[in-house]
Design a binder for this molecule. Structure first.
Ligand code: SF4
Length: 263
């Protein structure tokens, strides 16, 4: 699932979400709103001023969003949130109009996808990549069979914040473009054990699926010892571990999740 020479952009058509599973406990949207003095803002989902971003036009009449952009979509909410059902059809229309850009969203509500799809979805839009988040064994075993059964052109598993050792091997094959794993950031972050990361990487290598170690998280355990990692170092430390693996055609190509927002 290589992506090269892309502009990286964010598009948050709505803001706010409700917690749905253990991975949401220290949701970064809530943390960020608290940090900016708006603790009540996170649970109230509302449309943002950026709603029409993909089709906004500049003074010259062309699109403001450059052609070829990789657009991280809905990273201050969940694209499949029920509260946003009324707005989503217009988002699909904009995504369809901008086939010159790739849109990627992650979700903890993959079971809602069938009822959220546009009528012309077919086997999936070529320019849409969907990441299914799995933070523990229970959520992996619930979400991944559903995820694999749905018509999606580009699939990614997001094991972040990783809360325990996972066996994803039953779900790893050519249907999955990549696995991205990482710990939890923020105050009170739950620990992420390096051996869990290594384990996932081994599973990916065996299955021939690309793997990215996205970030260590704030509380990182290695050989039984806990390290507190400052926010600014969490991505760099993960990269320095040298665990990223590009499979098959993805070889020598960067991961398309490299610069994504973190949890
Ligand atoms: S934005 Fe994501 S992590 Fe936060 S509450 Fe929604 S689903 Fe959970």
């Amino acid at each position: 699932m290589p992506v090269t020479a892309k502009e990286i952009r964010s598009w948050n058509p709505w803001h706010g979400c409700t917690r749905v599973s253990p991975g949401c406990l220290h949701c970064y949207v809530y943390r960020r709103d608290e940090a900016f003095g708006s603790p009540g803002a996170s649970s109230l989902c509302r449309r943002t001023a950026d709603f029409g971003l993909p089709v906004r036009r500049g003074r010259g009449g062309g699109y403001s969003l450059p052609s070829g952009s990789l657009v991280y979509t809905c990273f201050t909410s969940d694209f499949l949130l029920t509260d946003a059902d009324v707005w989503r059809p217009e988002c699909w229309r904009m995504i369809r109009e901008r086939q010159d850009c790739d849109f990627v969203f992650f979700t903890k509500r993959i079971e809602r996808l069938p009822e959220c799809l546009p009528p012309d979805w077919g086997d999936g839009y070529e320019n849409v990549r969907i990441g299914c988040t799995v933070e523990n064994r229970d959520r992996a075993d619930f979400r991944l069979p559903i995820f694999r059964s749905l018509p999606i052109k580009h699939r990614l598993i997001v094991a972040e914040p990783l809360l325990e050792r996972l066996d994803l091997s039953p779900y790893l094959d050519g249907l999955i473009g990549e696995v991205s794993a990482g710990g939890e950031s923020g105050d009170g972050a739950r620990p992420c054990d390096y051996s869990w990361i290594l384990d996932l990487r081994d599973q990916c290598v065996r299955a021939g699926v690309s793997f990215t170690f996205h970030q260590t998280g704030a509380r990182f355990v290695k050989d039984g010892r806990t390290y507190m990692i400052r926010r600014g170092l969490q991505h760099g430390q993960a990269a320095r571990a040298g665990l990223d693996f590009r499979a098959g055609d993805d070889e020598k190509e960067p991961s398309f999740v490299e610069k994504r927002p973190s949890f």
